[in-house]
Design a protein around this ligand. Sequence first.
Ligand SMILES: NC(=O)c1ccc[n+]([C@@H]2O[C@H](COP(=O)([O-])OP(=O)(O)OC[C@H]3O[C@@H](n4cnc5c(N)ncnc54)[C@H](O)[C@@H]3O)[C@@H](O)[C@H]2O)c1
Length: 376
Amino acid sequence: MDLFKGIYKGRKVLITGNTGFKGSYMSLWLTELGADVIGYSLDPPTSPSLFKILKLNKRISHTKGDVRDAAGIKKVIKKYRPDMVFHLAAQPLVRPSYRDPELTYETNIMGTVNLLEAVRNTEGVKVAVNITSDKCYENKGSNYAYRETDPMGGADPYSSSKGCAELVTAAYRSSYFNPALYGKSHNSALATARAGNVIGGGDWSEDRLIPDCIRALTKNRSISIRNPKAIRPWQHVLEPLSGYLWLGALMWNDGISYSRGWNFGPNDGDVLMVEDIVNEVIRLWGKGRYSVTPDNRLHEAELLKLDISSARLHLGWRPVYSVQKAVETTISWYQTFHNKSSKDLLQFTLSQIQEYAHAAKNAGLEWAQQESNRSR
Ligand SMILES: NC(=O)c1ccc[n+]([C@@H]2O[C@H](COP(=O)([O-])OP(=O)(O)OC[C@H]3O[C@@H](n4cnc5c(N)ncnc54)[C@H](O)[C@@H]3O)[C@@H](O)[C@H]2O)c1
């Protein structure tokens, strides 16, 4: 695959959080693009795990480590001297963040500080992208789509930890990686990426809608949902990943223009209620039922929309799949998982990546055009 202007071919790319859901897809995609992938994370957070199913430890150089361990992350960066870093390691869930705010803040905030310190103190990292969340914004609770310039916030430990991770990154950028001084006092471009709820095959996280649906459907149990009317910007996992990779490629060629925060979300019409998603999952699975079990003890934002006009305009990035296609792609992955061997799943996951890249190419997205086609 010669995508993203061929930037990733032969490039050393460090991914933190590589044993997780998004990190596994990103590792697979990057190795297919010819990158030399280095992973730094704790063990896979779930069982089953996509990292294990795809046997990614055989495709990348994986180091088991904690981002709270400043010396550990520094050692890996010094050892491998990556060209590019994508920081995905996090405690990524809202409800567990209520149970353990300390762990959430230590991982998401100090983990970011430790990573940025390691980058600051090692020559050679040209691009660093910190993956935060749409939840980093101060939630207005109204029918409002957040723009990159909106204030950071967060009413729960997870959301505020991501808001803080954004502020930390912005402070490092203005203090040590100032775009105005790129090529003079430093050679690193630093950006953040804020995406919404992603779905895709191979996620078994607790408290996420699709994994909850699959767990219930495979056991012939009723799917229990808390917030049927909650609205989320659903998107297939490959959508934000294409955004992160394209952002990284643009930053590689231009260390000044792209060093800031970017929203990667679905198209406006693809912002659906939880109930709509569950009905679609049941239809595709072929059977199933759901019940509503309200739980008002913990606050979760009812409405979250992202304004993606900046990524459209300045990066030429936009979503490729409708929400229906995203759910369909996701459910077909789980159906394959339940019917086939793990060997087939690697091929199947790769075919989904290829199908997505093909759809992006047909949609005219610049990142998906082959180098040879572009020069014609
Ligand atoms: N999945 C989503 O819907 C979503 C939405 C918005 C933002 N995000 C962000 O994307 C990133 C990846 O999310 P995901 O869905 O793949 O989560 P995940 O739970 O599947 O993966 C998290 C990864 O971080 C690692 N990790 C956790 N604590 C660590 C620590 N202390 N030290 C080292 N590694 C640690 C885990 O081992 C795992 O590899 C996170 O930063 C998350 O906040 C995810």
